[in-house]
Design a protein around this ligand. Structure first.
Ligand SMILES: [Fe+2]
Length: 361
């Protein structure tokens, strides 16, 4: 299976991973042909790319970090939680206990996998950004937490904080959240209230751990004291918030937003690494850089010697040097063969990612 950007999809390509709609319903199942009229629909829904299976990539398996069904149920549950009548305490409690169970399952899913890395380009629907984003931030935060050897109770509390980190946005008007252009100073100040609003809401309504409230309150604080709401700095910012900050920015950078286009994972990683010690806690960034693959499996890459191929495997101790199935030399299709950048080809590096693998796309 390999990743193809929406603009390079062609009539009749075979879908590699099941596509879901805004309500979590199945739109198109893995293995179905992608017909021309569907490509427009997929694009309108806000998908910016998807996985296909073809002869070139049939031996490449792309796995999400957590179970797909669990991920979709959690996205729905966050959506319910964020759209509940804020005065209906009974419904809020019910929805929260559902989220607690889901976080427990996510923690179990992640901790059962020893060498877990974020190794897939996320297929998110831009229209439901906040819900998808909340779940992605949770998964990335928990994988960092696992790499930092957090104990199981902390993993669970970190998961709740990450899942609800943006819940304060239920108090922010949609016109501001989805505004395509630059924000005015007043609008920006309204958005900046969401960490405190979220903190007060969760503290007042839900019986969670203090570390969890603080994770929500401090997730926009920056290590050098330039964040908000309190300009807290260094290790005075709770560990949960220092982890969530990295996961939050990484997922936001790799997502399409009304006011900006996404960047590829390797560029987003470079940005995060550049902020280590200033915006972000360098200890967290160090762990992050080990567990997120800059070139996820299924990504098409071009090497400095002009070979083109598909990433087959990433190594958690050397994510920049994956195993690659080479299929092109320059513009010529060649008999495919595997190379492992981790153990050979020392003078060759990945120069670029490419969506156009064959001449017809
Ligand atoms: Fe936020």
């Amino acid at each position: 299976m390999r990743y193809v950007a929406i603009e390079h999809l062609r009539d009749g390509m075979i879908l590699g991973k099941t596509l879901y709609g805004e309500m979590g319903e199945v739109l198109l199942r893995q293995g179905s042909p992608i017909l021309l009229n569907y490509i427009n629909k997929i694009s309108c829904l806000g998908y910016f790319g998807l996985y296909i299976q073809d002869a070139l990539s049939e031996d490449i398996d792309v796995k999400d970090t957590i179970n797909e069904d669990l991920k979709m149920r959690t996205i729905q549950s966050v959506k319910t939680m964020m759209n509940i009548n804020r005065d209906n305490d009974k419904e809020i409690q019910k929805s929260f206990s559902e989220l607690e169970d889901l976080v427990e399952s996510i923690v179990k899913d992640i901790t059962s996998n020893k060498d877990v890395i974020i190794n897939m380009i996320d297929l998110k629907v831009a229209n439901n950004y906040t819900y998808y984003h909340s779940v992605n931030v949770t998964v990335i935060s928990l994988v960092i937490g696992l790499a930092m050897n957090l104990e199981s109770k902390d993993m669970y509390n970190l998961g709740i904080a990450a899942l609800l980190h943006d819940i304060g946005k239920i108090f922010t008007p949609n016109e501001i959240l989805d505004k395509p252009g630059a924000l005015t100073l007043d609008e920006y100040n309204i958005i900046r209230k969401h960490p405190e609003d979220g903190y007060n809401y969760v503290k007042g309504k839900l019986g969670t751990h203090t570390k969890t409230y603080l994770g929500i309150l401090e997730h926009h604080e920056r290590f050098d004291g330039t964040g908000y709401p309190k300009q807290t700095s260094g290790k005075d910012i709770g560990l949960f918030a220092r982890i969530i900050a990295v996961a939050d920015v990484y997922d936001a950078l790799t997502s399409d937003r009304p006011y900006k286009k996404r960047v590829i994972p390797s560029d987003a990683m470079e940005y995060i690494m550049g902020g280590g010690g200033t915006f972000f806690d360098i200890d967290v960034v160090r762990e992050f850089s080990k567990i997120v693959a800059p070139y996820p499996v299924g990504t098409c890459v071009r090497l400095t010697n002009d070979l083109v191929g598909i990433v087959v495997e990433n190594f958690s101790d050397c994510c920049l040097r994956p195993r690659i199935k080479i299929i092109k030399d320059g513009n010529e299709l060649i008999e495919p063969y595997l190379i492992n950048l981790k153990t050979s080809n020392y003078n060759v590096i990945i120069s670029d990612t490419t969506d156009a693998l064959t001449s017809d796309q």
